[in-house]
Design a protein around this ligand. Structure first.
Ligand SMILES: NC(=O)c1ccc[n+]([C@@H]2O[C@H](COP(=O)([O-])OP(=O)(O)OC[C@H]3O[C@@H](n4cnc5c(N)ncnc54)[C@H](OP(=O)(O)O)[C@@H]3O)[C@@H](O)[C@H]2O)c1
Length: 254
């Protein structure tokens, strides 16, 4: 039976991955900060047919939180076959209006945790000749919009590079780049989404289905949704100055 470790597995896109894997009888390791919520989500997933569900309360912005998850990933006696680096948050304000500590926390959770957890998981996967690393980036990776989009651009480039490095080992890596997705992300980050048109919204379950389809196809990057495939393709052809202007316009309320 396959074991999947999902960071941020209690809400939104991470919870949708957990639901999907529970439905196929996978064993799960769920990571998040809120221990009580981890417990109730684990209970729910057991009821949906998941194998064993472990909970690992950890703050991925802190060295000791990351170390606990790294240790679990490197435990050869309890192999993890699928790692989903998903935990994350948005700042909801521009760079000059955000405390430097919050900017650094964002880098720690999105970049440092993804880097370290991937590094901890890969040796065992390569030795066993199979495994998958799914890194949740964003369409924000394709447009200049603060530290968040810079961190997501790092995730995309990092994942493409690692995917190329492990090709032929039986291990696959993919970066998924969702657009606006119905989760708790915007409310938690105090991000005003009132002007975002309905056609731009995705469902977390559809994001997960598209990711797993593209993972099976061996793609290093997945952009769920036809609308976002078109928009991200366009960013390759329009001048960067225009992409920057549109991004600025979207964040004018910050
Ligand atoms: N929703 C969107 O529109 C959208 C679009 C593109 C990309 N994304 C990306 O999708 C990923 C998941 O976000 P979501 O939309 O599903 O948000 P969400 O509903 O707010 O879920 C975030 C999850 O991450 C966990 N988390 C947050 N900070 C953490 C930390 N320091 N340590 C450990 N766990 C932490 C949360 O649990 P605790 O609070 O208990 O720790 C929660 O389980 C993020 O990387 C986000 O950047 C989202």
């Amino acid at each position: 039976m396959t074991t999947a470790l999902i960071t941020g597995g209690t809400s939104g896109i991470g919870k949708a991955f957990a639901d999907r894997f529970a439905g196929s009888g996978h064993r799960l390791v769920l990571v998040a900060r809120d221990a009580a919520r981890l417990g109730s989500v684990a209970e729910e997933l057991r009821g949906r047919g998941a194998g064993e569900v472990e909970t690992l309360p950890a703050d991925l912005s802190a060295p000791e939180g990351r170390a606990a998850v790294e240790q679990r990933l490197a435990d050869g006696g309890r192999p993890v076959e699928i790692l989903v680096n998903n935990a994350g948050f948005g700042l909801g304000r521009g760079f000059t209006k955000t405390a430097i500590e919050d900017e650094e926390t964002l880098l720690d959770v999105h970049v440092r945790a993804t880097l370290r957890l991937t590094h901890a998981a890969l040796p065992g996967m390569i030795e066993r000749g199979h495994g998958s690393v799914i890194n949740v980036a964003s369409v924000a990776a394709f447009a200049p919009r603060g530290t968040y989009s810079a961190a997501k651009a790092w995730i995309v480039t990092f994942t493409e590079s690692v995917a190329a490095e492990v090709r032929g080992s039986g291990v696959r890596c993919i970066a998924v780049c969702p657009g606006f997705t119905h989760t708790e992300f915007h409310e938690r980050g105090k991000i005003d989404t009132r002007d975002i048109p309905g056609w731009m919204w995705l469902d977390a379950d559809d994001v997960v289905a598209a990711t797993l389809r593209d993972l099976r196809r061996g793609l290093p990057v997945s952009v769920p949704g036809a609308q976002y495939k078109l928009l991200t393709a366009a960013t390759r052809y329009v001048p960067r100055a225009l992409t920057t202007r549109v991004s600025r316009g979207m964040s004018k309320r910050w």
